[in-house]
Structure formats: structure tokens, C-alpha cells
Design a protein around this ligand. Structure first.
Ligand code: HEM
Length: 155
């Protein structure tokens, strides 16, 4: 049972990090390259549509992580490699649900209303998008730290 959970945990980690790398370099890169063209709105929509994929990975990591923590009799939110992993995950989740997610929704709604009026991506959407990209980068550094903590278990 533990091995199965660990496999699921690791597949979800690969999906998150692999997806994040692809998104950062190809999708976000595509949005930036397409600036001012008709393709910009399509690329932006593509980027916004990846949220369910990432949330599935996050949910899988969280659920398998919690069950494995209980099974191995590790503690929750202690000062150790596992505790720090949990704190980072908590910050990522809170950051996503209370800050990044609502802003992504806002960008999506604004983009849809612009498209309905026959307009494309404007500077306001671009600046919100750039802000979110920085937050995503910070979040993914957290995921990388979690990966290092899990593999080294150094404290
Ligand atoms: C982005 C977040 C995370 C990443 C990148 C990550 C990564 C990993 C990796 C690579 C392993 C395998 C380590 C090994 O077998 O040597 C692992 C195992 C594990 N993870 Fe995570 N993890 C994350 C989040 C979490 C969370 C939130 C929890 C708990 C709530 C958790 C609990 C565990 C447990 C209990 C193990 C098994 C450790 C053992 O074999 O003793 N993980 N994780």
C-alpha cells in the first residue's frame, strides 16, 4: 500500500514539475512571443486552461502525502524535512487559492469580455499576467525545495 501511494505521489510530482517546465518555457514563452498578434489571446487561454491539470497533481500529492505521513508515523508541521515540506505545500495552497487563483479568474473574465467586444489582450491583462508568472516561478521554486527535502531528508 505504501509503495503504491509513493508511486502515485512521485507520478504527481513529475506531472507538476514537468508540466510547470513545459508551461514556463513553451506556453508562457508563446504568450510573450505572440504579443500584439491574434495568437496572444489563444495562447493566454491555453495557459489559463491548464489549472485543472495542476490542481489534480496538487490534490494527489497532498492526499498521498498525508496518508504516507500517517502510515510512517511522521509528525505534521514539525521542524524537520517532512514538516518543512508540509509548510511549503500549505503556503503554496493558500497562495494559490486566495491570491493566484482569483487573479487568474479575473484575467480569464477580462479576456473573454475583451474578445466579445472584438478586442484582444490589452496592457492591463499583460501586466496582471506578468505578475502571476513571477508568483508561479516562486511557487515552483518551493516545489523544487520540497523535492530536495524529500530526497535528502537532511534534517
Ligand atoms: C510539491 C510538493 C512535494 C514534493 C515535490 C514531494 C516529493 C517527494 C519525493 C521525491 C518523495 C520520495 C522520497 C524518497 O523516497 O526518497 C516523497 C516522499 C514522501 N512525501 Fe512528498 N512531496 C511533496 C509534498 C508532500 C506533502 C505535502 C507531504 C505530506 C503531507 C508529503 C509526504 C511525503 C511522505 C510521507 C513521503 C515518504 C517518505 C519516506 O519514504 O519515508 N509530501 N515526496
Amino acid at each position: 500500500m505504501f509503495t503504491l501511494l509513493l508511486i502515485l505521489h512521485l507520478i504527481a510530482v513529475c506531472c507538476w514539475l514537468g508540466g510547470a517546465l513545459y508551461e514556463r518555457f513553451f506556453t508562457v514563452g508563446g504568450v510573450l512571443k505572440a504579443k500584439g498578434t491574434e495568437l496572444e489571446a489563444t495562447m493566454l487561454k491555453l495557459m489559463l486552461s491548464t489549472v485543472p491539470f495542476f490542481l489534480t497533481s496538487v490534490f494527489t500529492i497532498l492526499v498521498t502525502g498525508i496518508i504516507m505521513t500517517i502510515m510512517h508515523h511522521y509528525t505534521f508541521l514539525s521542524w524537520s524535512w517532512i514538516g518543512l515540506k508540509q509548510y511549503i505545500m500549505l503556503i503554496v495552497l493558500l497562495g494559490f487559492f486566495f491570491y493566484i487563483g482569483p487573479r487568474m479568474n479575473k484575467i480569464g473574465k477580462q479576456l473573454n469580455s475583451n474578445l466579445a467586444e472584438g478586442k484582444g489582450v490589452n496592457d492591463e491583462i499583460r501586466s496582471q499576467f506578468n505578475h502571476i508568472i513571477i508568483l508561479f516561478d516562486i511557487m515552483h521554486i518551493g516545489v523544487l525545495i520540497n523535492l530536495i527535502l524529500a530526497l535528502t531528508k537532511f534534517f
